[in-house]
Design a protein around this ligand. Structure first.
Ligand SMILES: NC(=O)C1=CN([C@@H]2O[C@H](COP(=O)(O)OP(=O)(O)OC[C@H]3O[C@@H](n4cnc5c(N)ncnc54)[C@H](OP(=O)(O)O)[C@@H]3O)[C@@H](O)[C@H]2O)C=CC1
Ligand SMILES: O=C1O[C@H](COP(=O)(O)O)[C@@H](O)[C@H](O)[C@H]1O
Length: 597
């Protein structure tokens, strides 16, 4: 427990700061917040966790409040000397403070990548950290520490990171110099995950670098297989918790295999970390178009009134990849596509899509609404599930391997690499609207999108001009998450000319041509949010529990009955069974109707 949790109210003082504007969100606003407040050493970002903590003091004078634009921040008296010109002093306590202070004048930031030799670290984490550094979004005093069992010197580690860094096309200026400076801030410590000795050495190494600022904030990314999550969290928390600032830990999925294992994992982690320190990442929540989903819904009058069972006939959330499990078969076989993609990424999208308007953009308000809608969903029935597994395909010039051809996949595995699922939300807004989720590997293209099918136009006076297939004439809203990020609305329009002929065309927002800016990777957004203590895009423990409750009985049934997946050829459109599932709900998979990307 942090010392602030242990201190009595009298040992802390409360700092009041007036904000003339309401709390803002988004990268630009966060930057604005930071630069606006940087000169003022009393800058503190008031997180929900801090407010919760303040409320728990139960003293009206000390309780946190945001009323009338006044944010209240608790700061230990040992840190702040005076209300107006706070002199910063190193807290005398030897315990971790975990105070929510992001004051980069007085604090340094250390980012520890546990599992630094691994695939995710190289593919996503180091490039994202460099992008944030290049954009000037990290504090002046920051350093990166790699931790893994592999033996490496600092130089080897810098070479490894260097091979992962690229410069953005639209931000290549002085990028080489920035890379060099970035690499000088990288250090490596080898050690085991299940023994605290290595973490103790890491702590020493970190402390040696964290000398220029009185406070050191520490952020850990557990980029390791789940069997070592708890041990590594324990080692990191016990040996490396910051004694002067906050300590936050990012945990990657999989968060268990079912309700029971997920709860065990949460319990294990909670032995070392409080919920407010734990950041469960779902990188789909960091994607630009997903971040935009709530903007689209709640900042445009035209959509929200239609966002219900009266106007929407079905919602489809589609994820497809045109490559197999290449290289990750060992991991994948223990999970399968439902646990790998649907239970987390696609369900999170559905929750954001279908939730009621939150009271505010505060992380807890959003997450409260997400939990509510997930808990309104029916647990998935096996009748509403179609499973598939890709098989090899031989053509004249190439040979595409099947899932079972992967040497790391057990012979005869029944693990699905494709699933289509119908879900139902039992609430007043969505009663009777099928949510069709589809995810597959080794299909004919790579895409992720949300497709909203609107109902037919009642009493349509143009019916005779529109052809007999009413589905082709209904409006459809498509939110393409990737690639070629876009939002378009299919509408019926008069074909220009003297006659009266209608066709279906698009009101089309293409990000590439409209914004002319390379979009940040999801990990950049999410890592920055952790730095800023913003939990809006991270999964709360009760959300996770509710999510597993929807899928666990069905997953167990599949395993108990040894349900065989329908085979589909590598590079195809997936198993035929998926069409029957859609037909059962009187809809078609809309991605199949459209030209491929
Ligand atoms: N890669 C990806 O695209 C994604 C990964 N994830 C999740 O992120 C985490 C990291 O993924 P990824 O980087 O692919 O994982 P890796 O398999 O590459 O493992 C990361 C590191 O952990 C160590 N390690 C590997 N296997 C074991 C083991 N059995 N016991 C102890 N240590 C081991 C290795 O380092 P060393 O031997 O040096 O200690 C390895 O470099 C996982 O939880 C994964 O499920 C989530 C989404 C996507
Ligand atoms: O979490 C995962 O996501 C990736 C797909 O992520 P994307 O950002 O490239 O769309 C998926 O390939 C992987 O199996 C899964 O674990």
């Amino acid at each position: 427990m942090s010392s602030l949790f242990n201190t009595t109210p009298s040992e802390s003082m409360v700092k009041l700061k007036s904000f003339s504007q309401p709390k803002k969100h988004g990268l630009v606003h966060r930057l604005a917040d930071r630069s606006r407040l940087l000169p003022n050493l009393s800058l503190t970002r008031v997180s929900h966790a801090t407010n919760e903590m303040l409320r728990s003091f139960k003293s009206p004078a000390l309780a946190g409040s945001r009323e009338n634009g006044v944010a209240v921040q608790a700061v230990p008296s040992s840190v702040l000397a005076s209300k107006d010109s706070p002199a910063i002093a190193v807290p005398s306590t030897s315990q971790a403070l975990n105070v929510e202070i992001n004051d980069w004048v007085t604090s340094s930031l250390s980012v520890v990548v546990v599992g630094a030799s691994g695939d995710l670290a190289k593919k996503k984490i180091f490039p994202a950290l460099f992008a944030l550094y290049y954009e000037g979004l990290l504090p002046e005093e920051f350093q990166i520490f790699g931790y893994a069992r592999s033996k490496m010197s600092d130089t080897d580690f810098r070479d490894l990171i260097s091979s992962t860094l690229t410069c953005r096309i639209d931000a290549a200026e002085k990028c080489g110099d920035a890379q060099e400076k970035f690499l000088k801030r990288c250090f490596y410590q080898a050690g085991p995950y299940d023994d605290s000795s290595g973490f103790a050495q890491l702590n020493t190494k970190m402390s040696e670098q964290e000398v220029s600022k009185p406070r050191a904030n520490r952020m850990f990314f557990l980029s390791i297989p789940p069997n070592v999550f708890i041990a590594a969290a324990g080692g990191a928390a016990e040996q490396c918790s910051s004694k002067t600032g906050w300590t936050r830990v990012i945990v990657e999925k999989p968060f268990g295999r079912d309700s029971t294992s997920s709860r065990e994992l949460s319990d294990g982690l909670s032995r070392y970390l409080r919920e407010d320190q734990t950041y469960r990442i779902d990188h789909y929540l960091g994607k630009e178009l997903i971040e935009n989903l709530t903007v689209l819904r709640f900042a445009n009058l035209v959509f929200e009134p239609l966002w219900n069972r009266d106007y929407i006939k079905s919602v489809q959330v589609i994820f497809s990849e045109n490559f197999g499990t290449e290289g990750r078969g060992g991991y994948f076989d223990q999970y399968g596509i439902i646990r790998d993609v649907i239970q987390n990424h696609l369900l999170q999208i559905v929750a954001l899509f279908a939730m009621e308007p939150p009271v505010s953009l505060d992380a807890e308000d959003i997450r409260n609404e997400k939990v509510k809608v997930v808990r309104s969903m029916q647990p998935v029935q096996l009748d509403d599930v179609v499973l598939g597994q890709y098989k090899g395909r031989k053509e004249k010039n190439f040979n595409l391997p099947g899932y079972l051809d992967d040497a790391t996949v057990p012979k005869g595995s029944l693990t699905p690499t494709f699933a289509a699922i119908a879900m139902h939300i039992n609430n007043a807004r969505w009663d009777g609207v099928p949510f069709l989720l589809k995810a597959g590997k080794a299909l004919d293209n790579r895409r992720a999108e949300i497709r909203v099918q609107f109902r037919h136009i009642p009493g349509n006076i143009y019916k005779h001009k529109m052809g007999s297939n009413m589905d082709n004439t209904s409006n459809e809203l498509v939110i393409r998450i990737q690639p070629k990020e876009s939002i378009y609305l299919k509408i019926n329009n008069k074909v220009p000319g003297l006659g009266l002929r209608l066709d279906s065309t698009k009101l089309d927002l293409q990000y590439q041509s409209t914004y002319k800016k390379e979009l940040p990777d999801a990990y950049e957004r999410l890592l920055l949010d952790v730095v800023n203590g913003d939990k809006r895009l991270f999964i709360r423990f009760d959300e996770l529990e509710a999510a597993w409750e929807l899928y666990t009985p069905m997953l167990h049934e599949i395993e108990a009955k040894k349900v065989a997946p329908e085979l589909y050829p590598y590079g195809s459109r997936g198993p035929v069974g998926a069409h029957y599932l859609a037909a059962k709900y009187n809809v078609r998979w809309a991605d199949l109707e459209e030209e491929s990307l």
